[in-house]
Design a protein around this ligand. Structure first.
Ligand SMILES: Nc1nc2c(ncn2[C@@H]2O[C@H](COP(=O)(O)OP(=O)(O)OP(=O)(O)O)[C@@H](O)[C@H]2O)c(=O)[nH]1
Length: 819
């Protein structure tokens, strides 16, 4: 918490000198050992629409935490979290970067800065899997944009704080953005916004211009202004006049909202504060906001302009004050739903009441030119020590851990131990072939090789539910420039898809063509760039093409393999259906395919196999993926939405030495089953996209005509965009569910740039419409130029994968013409 005194506040006063050295925070110590007191850890994700200012805000956080000595800037390409060459040259975040830093009173913040572009949605999904809460950044001019809506929904019930950024820009509206937030996410849910601070505009000495200069702190009733020349200097003043009046109204509104849910605060308000709003203590308000944020009853809202260094320290305070520690977060989602789990304040998450059980989840793999493969893990329970023997419950492999690191985006710090709640990195040669994204690692917290002490049936079979990978929608063919480059191309592709499992490779056995598939044009563009420039693959690429799929509408014959050595194996391929009783289901990668194994209690228990059941199942899964990717009978498009069912009576010989032997058998059975299925039992599928358009009202007719005609779009809705900024700025109160929350009115700030002036005119004088539609991806490629010409450059659009849809025979013929 801040110590309030009127005057000038700098980093030096907090104990950090200008070179970023911490004198009073015990940061260096707790970061170097990897141990932190669990209640003082925050695992947060920074999420938002593209360009909202996530990386800019993260860079300021790192600077104020003393981690970086100068403020990195996306526009000059010297940020710590966007360290890939492609990120720096394009000024966008491509992969989520994890970084740990200290903040006040020995808190450790583990932060993941996520990309905003829709093509990198998998990066957001995997970050959301391992963080406990989110900081949502909003652009104060644009309000809640399409990708913010998406990530808000994806983050489900994780507690959130909102930071309304870019308050310095012309057209910025605090009021409009909060209205937008409430309308899109809170109305009818019982969740309410809580204004922690609101913007302060300073009137310029000449003219009537106001410039965004700081914030009014509602809880402490102070004005904080940042110096344009010195990022470390904050001046704290008492309030008077309109600011004081607005702050009091905000505080009353805050107390009214909180007391609706919090009996403890009601008691404090009536007894200690004697019903006087001004006497309600900051401590009680902060405790109440924390409690209700964790319950998703309220969302604290702050504002600032990260680019101008305004408002970032209060945001960091809000992170540690209001967001959950790992012992207050949601429990992990395990495959075995009956395993008991709870939080213990000392050891963190306690799984199966076994405090020695360490469970970690591998959520990201990167390849460093010096350190080789590194795996990001989130530790859920217990501790991970370097040198521990670890069991990978996803693959059934055992291996010894090498060095552990704490991530610092671009650089990392070696540690001996990673504790529950931490996000860390595994390195060393032993992880090379033993860990992939989505794997669960299990070990004994105290013993170097204590796996034997676990209950094999229960504890070593535990898995954290895997990350769901959306299907790729675009592909590009790739071939080595010379035959001698083939091996290095395969290695480079392998590295690429290990790092980013939302990329995939399909191989056409007939034509020999290799296709790299991804989530969108930009995704593949970046992948191509990485292949050639970072991984030095000497390759040629074909045209970008839509990723079509095939599916089956009927079950295949049951195919059986049996031999004298004791193998017996039968399977069939069928369309996905509802869960089958007495079966175990395993997802098969990206195409909504599954492996279904009829349960047989005999397996593993009685077989006394030399290799683990998990590694056998893993081999079966790998061969299923290959078998289904060979494609269907219509056009060899990869199979989608299919299940491979292994029948109950399967047997493998007791002396089986390697599960690899099973690979070929399974693959051949799948190919035989699919070959014998007649062509009329196959359907072709094409990707359908959700399209969000914002267009001037005057162009709605022509744009809709083009969409429904040539582009075969189905229009879902056409709505007015929210009222324009000028009309909203006068409305300072909006209705919530049954109550009203006070938001101070906006002041239109100075016009900074020509672009901003144009944007302001556009926003003020042109009513816009929001169109939502579904459209085949094939019809919406290269739409940017078309929309530009139909809307005189004023239309904007966003597309996002919706689902795969069956195509008619005529359409299939027209699709086949594209190849
Ligand atoms: N005027 C103004 N510009 C800002 C502010 N914060 C960020 N920007 C600018 O907005 C642009 C995008 O900023 P980023 O930090 O890269 O945004 P992002 O959300 O990380 O972008 P992606 O990760 O690519 O989605 C850059 O040009 C920043 O300089 C702000 O407070 N005010």
């Amino acid at each position: 918490m801040w110590k309030w005194s009127i005057g000038i506040w700098t980093r030096a006063r907090l104990g950090a000198n200008k070179r970023g050295l911490s004198l009073t925070w015990p940061s260096a110590k707790h970061l170097s050992t990897g141990r932190s007191s669990l209640p003082k850890v925050r695992n947060i994700g920074i999420i938002a629409h593209i360009d909202a200012g996530k990386t800019t805000t993260t860079e300021r956080m790192l600077y104020y935490a003393g981690v970086s000595k100068h403020i990195g800037d996306v526009d000059t390409g010297d940020t710590m979290t966007d360290f890939l060459e492609q990120e720096r040259s394009r000024g966008i975040t491509i992969q989520s970067a994890a970084i740990s830093f200290p903040w006040r009173d020995s808190f450790t913040v583990n932060l993941i800065d996520t990309p905003g572009h829709i093509d990198f949605t998998f990066e957001v999904i995997r970050a959301l899997k391992v963080i406990d809460s989110c900081v949502v950044i909003l652009d104060a001019v644009a309000g809640v944009e399409a990708q913010t809506e998406k990530v808000w929904k994806q983050s489900q019930s994780k507690p959130k704080i909102c930071f309304i950024n870019k308050m310095d820009r012309m057209g910025a509206s605090f009021n409009h953005t909060i209205n937008d937030l409430v309308r899109k996410f809170m109305q009818g849910t019982g969740t309410k916004p809580i204004l922690i601070n609101f913007p302060y505009y300073k009137k310029q000495p000449t003219g009537n211009d106001f410039v965004f200069q700081g914030v009014i702190d509602v809880i402490n009733g102070k004005r904080l202004t940042w110096s344009p020349d010195d990022p470390d200097k904050i001046v704290i003043d008492e309030l008077d006049g309109t600011s004081l009046e607005q702050c009091n109204r905000c505080k009353e509104s805050m107390i009214e909202t909180l007391t609706e849910y919090d009996e403890d605060l009601v008691e404090h308000f009536l007894e200690d504060a004697e019903g006087d709003y001004s006497k309600v203590s900051a401590q009680s308000l902060n405790a109440s906001i924390r409690k209700l944020t964790l319950q998703n009853k309220v969302v604290p809202i702050l504002c600032g302009a990260s680019f101008k260094n305004i408002g970032v320290q209060p945001l960091l305070d809000a992170v540690v004050n209001y967001l959950p520690s790992p012992i207050e977060a949601e429990l992990p989602q395990l495959n075995n739903k009956i395993t008991p789990m709870k939080y213990d304040p000392k050891v963190g998450c306690l799984i199966n009441n076994n405090k020695n059980l360490c469970i970690a989840f591998a959520f990201k793999v990167i390849t460093d030119s010096i350190r080789g493969k590194q795996v990001f893990v989130r530790i859920y329970s217990g501790t991970l020590n370097s040198g521990n023997t670890v069991y990978n419950s996803t693959t059934g492999e055992k291996f010894k851990l090498g060095k552990l690191l704490l991530p610092h985006a671009g650089t990392s710090q070696p540690v001996d131990i990673l504790t529950a709640g931490q996000i860390g990195l595994l390195t060393g040669s032993t992880i090379e072939n033993n860990v992939s994204t989505g794997d669960t690692l299990i070990t004994h917290s105290l013993k170097k090789d204590g796996l034997k002490s676990f209950n094999k049936e229960k504890e070593l079979a535990l898995k954290i539910n895997p990350i769901v990978i959306p299907p790729p929608v675009f592909g590009v063919s790739i071939e080595p420039r010379t035959l001698s480059n083939k091996k290095s191309m395969e290695n480079a592709l392998n590295t690429l898809i290990t790092e980013d499992p939302s990329l995939s490779i399909t191989q056409n056995d007939e034509t020999g063509q290799t296709v790299l598939n991804g989530m969108g044009e930009l995704h593949l563009e970046i992948a191509k760039d990485r292949l050639v420039n970072d991984l030095k693959a000497d390759v040629e690429f074909g045209q970008l093409m839509v990723s079509y799929k095939e599916t089956i509408n009927s079950e295949t014959n049951i195919e059986t393999y049996e031999n004298d050595n004791g193998y017996r194996f039968s399977l069939s391929v069928m369309p996905n259906s509802s869960p089958t009783p007495n079966c175990v289901t395993y997802p098969l990668g990206i195409n909504d395919n599954y492996l279904i194994m009829e349960k047989d209690a005999k397996h593993d228990k009685e077989w006394k196999l030399q290799v683990s059941l998990e590694s056998i199942i893993n081999s079966i899964m790998a061969s299923c993926i290959v078998g289904l990717q060979r494609g269907g009978k219509l056009a060899n498009f990869p199979l989608y939405g299919c299940s491979i069912k292994i029948k109950r009576d399967w047997l493998v010989p007791l002396d089986l030495e390697s599960p690899q032997e099973i690979l070929k058998i399974t693959r051949n059975l799948i190919i035989k089953a699919l070959n014998d299925l007649p062509a009329d039992k196959y359907d072709c599928l094409e990707p359908i996209m959700d399209l969000d358009l914002i267009i001037p009202q005057s162009d709605v007719g022509t744009v809709l005509q083009d969409l429904t005609g040539a582009r075969k779009a189905q229009i879902l809705s056409v709505e007015d965009e929210l009222a324009t900024i000028s009309s909203i700025s006068s409305s300072d109160i909006f209705p919530g569910n049954n109550d009203r929350i006070y938001i101070p009115p906006d002041i239109i700030s100075n016009l900074h740039t020509i672009k901003d002036k144009q944007k302001a005119q556009d926003t003020n004088f042109n009513m816009k419409k929001i169109v939502k539609a579904k459209v085949p991806l094939r019809e919406i490629t290269a739409y940017t130029n078309k929309l530009r010409s139909l809307s005189q450059g004023r239309g904007e659009f966003n597309i996002e994968y919706s689902d795969m849809e069956k195509v008619t025979n005529d359409r299939l013929q027209s699709i086949l013409h594209d190849f």
